[in-house]
Structure formats: structure tokens, C-alpha cells
Design a protein around this ligand. Structure first.
Ligand code: 5MM
Length: 341
């Protein structure tokens, strides 16, 4: 594996490949396991993630890298092999979530700012030794315009933190994935999502420039532009594609090699159809692919349900979703391929 930041970033968004976001913190993975009736323990979390990392076809053909949580990057498989080595043996790149989560922003009810900069230089050096070659930091921007959310202070505080994180990553030889997530949970329409996402990305790239971050060695992990869930509207893939690409053309420099979307609570097939529609209206200056958590894992979680006898079924469900998103990253997905599975 090449160690240049630009080469690592290019490998992350190699044609038809995307990221598996398996970096759920302990609280989030417990919520996911509660749904399938599995107790969340260090061993059950290890067994579940090992199942995906050993899904050979998915990991070698469709997944370029895996975002890990601090516990997972240090864990060993049931046979004693470090999980990081299983990922690397499949030709995928280990990555690490380094933020400490979104916390209430003092003085701005309803807004959050992501924390985790203290000691980050030392933690990055440790993660590099453990094998991480990229990292992730997620800023969370909620929309509740009636309550003045998000505030300009929330957008600029989060952009500033993302830029400080990105500069520290590059100093450590680690590619920063910058994730400014504008949540899709609100009652807003697609135009409001576009406007807030635009303000967020403009501020983000201002701050990245000010922090002397080399854009060629970064990846953007954004939301797609769509109507909020509580609006009761579901934006069509064509509408999502048009508004999302319009947004990026106006805000994301062409020096950025790739954009790897979060799924944000979209249904599995919806996230795939939207990514496909985005690529179908190309060519674009950047690679556009997936860095999905829920939209890649909901199906395998259900199929596995904590039983060793279901490992093959869990791996098949994961491989199917990874395959569908691989096709969408190439603009070659069709709904009929879902039924054929
Ligand atoms: C996998 O979930 C990630 C971690 O979330 P917590 O810190 O809240 O546990 C999350 O950052 C994720 O990587 C992104 O939001 C993308 O995941 P989705 O599910 O939106 O594709």
C-alpha cells in the first residue's frame, strides 16, 4: 500500500469501491443490537464485525476501507488474528473514528459541536501504529429553522473543528474524511436542506483552506440533498441527484478526489438508488461513492441476529448490499437487480 495521502485517498474512492462505516460507538451499536435482540458485549461486537470483515467477495471487490471504532481497531478475531489484519488481507484499508461525539453547543439550544481535539495528535500517532491510514470526524448539523437551528456559530464552530482535525491527520500521514452531516430527520423541504448544506460546505472549505489542509489528500463525507423525513415527502432519485450535484458544483473544489456519502437513515434501496442517480448524470469532477453505516448493515444485522449458524446468511446479506452499492457507484445499478437477489 502506498503511503502518500493522495494515493490513499485515491484508493478509498477507487472505481466502484466504497467504505463500510462500522464505527458505531458503544451506545449506538447497543441500540442496533437491541433491535435484533442481541446483548452488546465486547465478544458479540467482535463476532458481528468479524463476520463482515471475513465476507471475502464484499471486502475484496466492493469495499475499499472500513471505519473502525477505538475498541475494534484493537480487537482480535476469535482465532486470535487482529481484525485489522483481516481487513488488510482483503486488500482494504483500516480507518478510525477519532471524534468524541457531538455535544450541546453552549449558548445555542438545539445546536451541537463535535468534540475530540484534545490529545488528538497523540491518538493519531497511536492509530497510525495500529494500522489506520484514514480517519473520520463527524459534525452534526440539525435543521429546525423555526428555532434558529442551525446557528451560524454552530456551522462555523463545526467547520473550524473539522479543519483542525484534518490538519492534524495529514501531519500524521492519515487521510482525513471530513463529515459535515446535515441531518435528514427534520420537517424541512429539499430547498432548505440544499441551503443549509451549502452554507455548511462553504464554511468548511474556507476553514480547510485557512488550516492549510491539502485537499487532494482528503475525502468529503456529506449528506445527500433531500427533504427531511418529518416533511412526509420522499425526494425522487432524480431530484436528489440534481440538487446534490448542483450543491457540490457550487461548493466542493475539483481538487477533492472523492465524495463518499453517508446514508443518514435512508432505506437501504433508497440510498443505493440515489447514489446511482447521482452517478448516472455524470461525469463529475470527483468520484462519488458510499461510506454507509446503516444502509450497508441493517440487512446483515437482521440476517445474523447474533447466531453463529447465521454467519453465512449475514455475509450474503452484506455482500448483496455492498454489490448493489458498487454498481451504484458506477451508475450501473437497476432496481430489478434487487429482486433478482
Ligand atoms: C456507523 O455510525 C457512525 C458512528 O455514529 P456514533 O458515533 O453516533 O455511534 C456514523 O458516524 C456513521 O459513520 C455516519 O453517520 C454514516 O452512517 P450512516 O448510517 O448515516 O450511513
Amino acid at each position: 500500500m502506498s503511503e502518500r495521502l493522495e494515493d490513499i485517498a485515491a484508493a478509498i474512492v477507487a472505481d466502484g469501491k466504497g467504505l463500510l462505516a462500522a464505527d458505531e460507538s458503544s451506545g449506538t451499536i447497543k441500540k442496533r443490537f437491541d433491535v435484533i435482540g442481541v446483548e452488546s458485549t465486547a465478544d458479540s461486537r467482535r463476532d458481528y464485525r468479524e463476520m463482515m470483515f471475513r465476507a471475502r467477495e464484499a471486502m475484496t471487490r466492493y469495499i475499499s476501507g472500513v471505519i473502525l471504532y477505538d475498541e475494534t481497531i484493537r480487537q482480535k478475531a476469535a482465532d486470535g488474528t487482529p481484525l485489522v489484519d483481516i481487513i488488510k488481507a482483503a486488500g482494504a484499508i483500516p480507518g478510525i473514528k477519532v471524534d468524541a461525539g457531538a455535544k450541546s453547543l453552549a449558548g445555542f439550544p438545539g445546536d451541537t459541536v463535535t468534540e475530540g481535539l484534545d490529545g488528538l495528535r497523540e491518538r493519531l500517532a497511536d492509530y497510525y501504529k495500529l494500522g489506520a491510514r484514514f480517519a473520520k470526524w463527524r459534525a452534526v448539523i440539525d435543521i429546525d429553522t423555526g428555532k434558529g437551528v442551525p446557528s451560524a456559530n454552530s456551522i462555523s464552530s463545526n467547520a473550524h473543528a473539522l479543519a483542525r482535525y484534518a490538519a492534524l491527520c495529514q501531519e500524521a500521514g492519515i487521510v482525513p474524511i471530513v463529515e459535515p452531516e446535515v441531518l435528514m430527520d427534520g420537517a424541512h423541504d429539499i430547498d432548505t436542506c440544499y441551503a443549509i448544506s451549502k452554507a455548511t460546505l462553504i464554511k468548511l472549505y474556507d476553514e480547510l483552506h485557512a488550516a492549510r489542509v491539502v485537499l487532494e489528500g482528503t475525502i468529503l463525507k456529506p449528506n445527500m440533498v433531500l427533504a427531511g423525513r418529518k416533511s412526509g415527502k420522499v425526494s425522487s432519485p432524480e431530484e436528489v441527484a440534481e440538487m446534490t450535484i448542483k450543491l457540490f458544483r457550487e461548493t466542493v473544489p475539483a481538487a477533492v478526489p472523492g465524495i463518499a456519502f453517508l446514508s443518514g437513515g435512508q432505506e437501504d434501496e433508497e440510498a443505493t438508488a440515489n447514489l446511482n442517480a447521482i452517478n448516472a448524470i455524470g461525469p463529475h469532477p470527483w468520484k462519488l461513492t458510499f461510506s454507509y453505516g446503516r444502509a450497508l448493515q441493517a440487512a446483515p444485522q437482521k440476517a445474523w441476529s447474533g447466531k453463529a449458524s447465521n454467519v453465512a446468511a449475514g455475509q450474503a446479506a452484506f455482500t448483496h448490499r455492498a454489490h448493489m452499492n458498487h454498481l451504484a457507484a458506477l451508475g450501473k445499478w437497476k432496481a430489478s437487480l434487487e429482486q433478482a437477489a
